[in-house]
Design a protein around this ligand. Structure first.
Ligand SMILES: NC(=O)c1ccc[n+]([C@@H]2O[C@H](COP(=O)([O-])OP(=O)(O)OC[C@H]3O[C@@H](n4cnc5c(N)ncnc54)[C@H](O)[C@@H]3O)[C@@H](O)[C@H]2O)c1
Length: 258
């Protein structure tokens, strides 16, 4: 049984915590954050042990009636591996603490590949992650690129791929702060970072991406031009996608309109 801690109980962290909680060989030792609002209350309801990342946060959590088990250092003493789900750049700072305490760690797409030296996508490079001290789970956009292109590659269909990504501008609960409205913001650089990021998992992928930020809060949309190695029927392409347990195909006639 391995003791796993989740640092950062946000969009990603709450899902990771639930996933750890249902594994037979993992014990969720606690979740650590700086918030004291409705988001952490979900962890309280689930009876997860709550830890505060800073002294200030600990005071505020206690003032809000949250039973705090301790601080980050205390949590790390019980931990074999940390899944750090804090926002961009915070995890990169925490890494020094994890290394000092000799604790394995997993970071997320907001951090650079160099922070761990290994970038991970389960259906692509699970084997090369075994026994490492650290890895980085690539972002949602990069994950979808890898899942789809790897499925085509496994079927020996993929030659190269060029994609345009329509990216949601912000999270729903921050849309009053920094959202964009009635506009689209193309990224100036081509390739956008997602193509090279996919290559940090699979350097052999011939992939180029460009990206546009669009004024909505849910989901990203990708359009791809893919050159196949050989002529293939629609069935062959769909069968290639069906080899992935993480791709869901939806018929328009099932009511998908937007
Ligand atoms: N949201 C997505 O769709 C998405 C998709 C793929 C990858 N990612 C990546 O996952 C990581 C987490 O993103 P998210 O969307 O879950 O962010 P989020 O903002 O929803 O959650 C981050 C959590 O970390 C907490 N936090 C902030 N500072 C902290 C600190 N010092 N110590 C402990 N906790 C702290 C915040 O309070 C918050 O609860 C980022 O690297 C992001 O790039 C996010």
């Amino acid at each position: 049984m391995k003791n796993i801690a989740v640092v950062g109980y946000g969009v990603i962290g709450k899902r990771v915590a639930d996933a750890i909680n249902i594994q037979d060989d993992m014990n969720l030792v606690g979740v650590c954050d700086v918030i004291n609002d409705w988001r952490i209350q979900n962890a309280v309801r689930k009876n997860y042990d709550i830890y505060a990342a800073t002294t200030e946060a600990e005071k505020e959590m206690k003032a809000s009636g949250i039973s705090v088990k301790g601080n980050l250092q205390g949590l790390l003493k019980k931990t074999d591996l940390v899944v750090d789900c804090t926002p961009k750049k915070i995890a990169a700072k925490n890494v020094e603490t994890y290394k000092k305490n000799n604790i394995k760690f997993i970071l997320h797409g907001g951090e650079k590949h160099e922070t761990t030296g290994h970038s991970f996508s389960a259906e692509n490079n699970y084997q090369s992650a075994l026994n490492l001290n650290a890895t980085r789970v690539v972002s949602c956009n990069t994950t979808s690129i890898l899942r789809t292109l790897t499925a085509l590659k496994r079927a020996d269909l993929l030659d190269y791929a060029r994609g345009t990504l329509l990216r949601r501008a912000t999270d729903p609960w921050e849309s009053h702060l920094g959202g964009i409205m009635n506009t689209m913001m193309p990224e100036k650089e081509i390739p956008s970072h997602q193509g090279p990021d996919a290559q940090s998992v699979d350097p052999d992928l011939d992939v180029i991406t460009s990206a546009v930020k669009v004024p909505q809060t849910l989901s990203h949309m990708h359009y791809w031009n893919v050159k196949l190695k050989k002529e293939a029927s629609k069935e062959e392409v769909l069968n290639a996608f069906k080899t992935s347990s993480r791709i869901k195909l939806i018929h328009y006639d099932q009511g998908l309109v937007s």
